[in-house]
Design a protein around this ligand. Structure first.
Ligand SMILES: [Zn+2]
Length: 421
């Protein structure tokens, strides 16, 4: 019997370096009105890319811009890479962590791996997407879509900024003095992001691994009644369209509450016609939005809203026109990689849960193509897309450490028989 193999300690992220770099990146793209307004293909974006490219070099990665303007750092390119990252752009007057955390943490992981002397079986990529928020072209996750080839050449040509320029035009004209290169080949993707909601903070949790990106179903219900005099029409003889509409608003609440947190439902807009104080509303329009990480539940709820609209129309002597005009399906994330993330968190003694992502992310774009995981750290008070966005440094470091552990475990498991094979 030989000696047991020497068990070396796993690589650890440098929490102070992570925090310092997040602070440095947060100086770029400051908005005089508050927060950060760092939009794709601006001088501020170029400055941010140059800074992150320096860190990439220090981590042993070769930085370059792909044809969609995504800053990419690769240690080698002989095979598809295990990738981590997020986006460098912000919403107008946004916070310092949305997107930035996933990029800076990914670079930190690469550097920790290098400093620890670990040689991964797969190439490692850090991806800093250029335009996730959709400020510039009105299309969310535009440059991650370009990376995975989700946009046809025709669609790509049709997407224009406010001055009529295409993405290719903007990238070509962008004064960012970094080498240009081919899009990274990605074998798996892990994104660390702030939750942007209140749950982890409110429940005193450290981390979440997303099960899916919630699907969104939008339905417009139009109730048709009869407009008439608000004084002379007896109550018993009215066909008030707003009665059906207002009852439906509370029915959406009841249906969503009954899912015990698995779905949310919102009526963000109600319109009554003719919209006059002294006229019984003859027409009322209700815009319903439903979200869930479970596609079957989303469909059940949509059907429930339609049934409620028809029942309420009958109750109040109205007609209901139901128009389910928009549906973005829920996108499941990789179950094996999700399990690896929960195990990694548990082995660090962190309190972690599973939950859907209620907002869209670049991970949503990558997930249909390669095994993808999305990790959340708490957002204090659930605040995001605002200058007050904040996460405790201990949670930032814990999230980055789990990201690193997941990348290492992914390297061991990817293409091996078992969960990720
Ligand atoms: Zn984001």
């Amino acid at each position: 019997m030989g000696a047991p193999p020497v068990k070396t300690a796993e690589p650890r992220v440098d929490a102070a370096r992570l925090e310092r770099r997040l602070g440095e990146l947060a100086k770029i793209g400051r908005d005089a009105r508050g927060g950060l307004s760092r939009f794709a293909f601006t001088p501020a974006h170029a400055e941010a890319c140059l800074l992150v490219a320096d860190w990439m070099r220090a981590a042993g990665l070769r930085p370059f811009l792909d044809p969609a303007g995504n800053l990419t750092g690769l240690d080698r390119d002989d095979a598809p890479a295990i990738a981590a990252g997020s986006h460098l752009d912000t919403v107008p007057m946004g916070g310092r962590l949305d997107g930035a955390l996933g990029v800076v943490a990914a670079v930190e992981c690469a550097q920790a791996i290098r400093e620890h002397g670990v040689r991964l079986r797969h190439p490692l990529a850090v991806l800093a997407f250029a335009d996730e928020e959709g400020n510039t072209f009105g299309v969310g996750c535009l440059t991650s879509r370009a990376l995975v080839g989700d946009l046809s050449p025709n669609r790509m040509a049709a997407i224009r900024d406010a001055e009529g320029r295409s993405l290719a035009d903007r990238v070509a004209a962008w004064a960012c003095p970094l080498p240009r290169g081919e899009p990274a080949r990605v074998a798996a993707f892990v994104e660390l992001h702030i939750e942007q909601g209140p749950r982890l903070d409110a429940e005193g949790l450290d981390l979440a691994a997303a099960t899916a990106i919630a699907g969104i179903s939008r339905t417009t219900v139009t109730f048709i009644g009869a407009a008439n005099h608000a004084g002379t029409t007896p109550m018993a003889m009215r066909r008030d369209a707003l009665w059906g509409a207002s009852a439906l608003v509370l029915e959406v609440r009841r249906l969503a509450l009954a899912t015990a947190g698995e779905a949310v439902g919102t009526v963000g807009r109600v319109e009554a016609e003719p919209g006059s104080t002294n006229v019984v509303p003859g027409k009322a329009l209700v815009r319903v939005e439903l979200r869930s990480g479970r596609e079957t539940l989303l469909e059940t709820l949509r059907a429930g809203v339609e049934a409620a609209a028809r029942r309420l129309a009958a109750d109040y002597g109205l007609e209901a026109i139901v128009d389910p005009w928009d549906h973005a399906p829920a996108v499941p994330l990789h179950p094996g990689l999700h399990a690896i993330a929960l195990e990694a968190a548990a082995s660090r003694g962190l309190r972690a849960i599973s939950m859907p992502s209620w907002a869209g992310h670049d991970a949503k774009v990558l997930a249909p193509h390669v095994p993808t995981a999305l990790l959340f750290v708490p957002s204090v008070g659930g605040i995001s897309h605002a200058p007050d966005e904040h996460t405790a440094p201990s949670h930032l470091a814990a999230g980055a450490q789990v990201l690193l552990d997941v990348l290492c475990r992914l390297d061991d498991n990817l293409n091996a028989p078992g969960r990720l094979g």
